[in-house]
Design a protein around this ligand. Structure first.
Ligand code: CA
Ligand code: CA
Ligand code: CA
Length: 267
């Protein structure tokens, strides 16, 4: 009887999924410059926003974040420009278009089976009394969608300390989702959810995809660990038969005196 000749499998590392204009740096603005309510540079600021809100990107000043004067980078952000969402319902949205930044072709990222997705972005809370006004942070919803279906979301009312950005992440394992969603395009959505006249700044959006071992691989990994464990027990004086008896494996065709061979269980 041969179970397997395997070694434990090392987990794979996540690969970045292209997020176009991930740092809101396209369309350079001067210090203090603002672009309001105008779609462009990949991000859709309008189609999912509530009327009367302000949303877009800007170049913060030292009054917004101490280190942001001129082309300085706000603490915890990336480069000198950031996105912003002001008032309930202000939304920034992007369907991922892949490395060519063209939507609707073969390189667009889609939901893939057996994959863990982790979406991270830097969320900023302006200094009190900044040049744009003294507004609270509010509640920012971070959402990952496959097609029109929300597959991961977090809405947190606690912002970072004033004057800095901190990372927030959401994550989902596609194996927990309906397989009907596989192949659907991935979209990102950031939305100001509550507290009238609240504001949140956003920056440095990152999405990573990590292959999740398939059940068969997990079984092989488990069998590998089992073999190693049995080998250790054998060194402690147990036979393969005795070691297998202490597991959930059904032992058949094994003589009580059978022994282990290197990298396999053979009776
Ligand atoms: Ca930036
Ligand atoms: Ca600046
Ligand atoms: Ca594309």
């Amino acid at each position: 009887m041969i179970i397997a000749a395997v070694l434990p499998l090392a987990p794979t590392h996540g690969a970045p999924v292209v997020v176009s204009n991930h740092s809101f740096e396209f369309g350079q603005l001067p210090d203090g410059g603002v672009q309001n309510n105008t779609n462009g540079f990949v991000w859709d600021y309008n189609s999912q926003s509530t009327a009367g809100t302000l949303r877009g990107f800007y170049n913060p000043t030292a009054g917004h974040y101490a280190s942001a004067g001129g082309a300085g980078t706000p603490s915890g952000a990336d480069e000198d420009q950031v996105g912003f969402l002001f008032k309930t319902g202000a939304t920034a949205f992007q369907t991922l278009s892949g490395a060519d930044a063209i939507l609707g072709n073969a390189d667009d990222p889609v939901l893939t089976a057996g994959t863990q997705y982790t979406l991270t972005l830097a969320v900023g809370n302006r200094l009190a009394g900044n040049p744009s006004g003294n507004f609270p942070f509010g509640t920012l919803a971070i959402t990952l969608l496959a097609g029109s279906t929300v597959i991961a979301e977090d809405a947190t009312s606690t912002g970072p300390a004033p004057g800095q950005f901190v990372d927030r992440s959401i994550s989902v394992d596609s194996s927990t989702l309906s397989s009907a969603l596989y192949g659907q395009p991935l979209s990102l959505r950031f939305r100001q959810m509550a507290v009238a006249d609240s504001v949140a700044d956003i920056d440095n959006v990152r999405l990573y995809a990590t292959a999740v071992p398939e059940p068969s691989s997990v079984m092989l990994w488990s069998a590998g660990a089992l073999v190693l464990g049995m080998c250790r027990r054998r060194r402690m004086g147990q036979t393969a038969y005795q070691a297998l008896q202490q597991t959930n494996f059904i032992v058949t065709n094994c003589a009580p005196g059978s022994t282990l061979r290197a990298n396999e269980v053979r009776c």
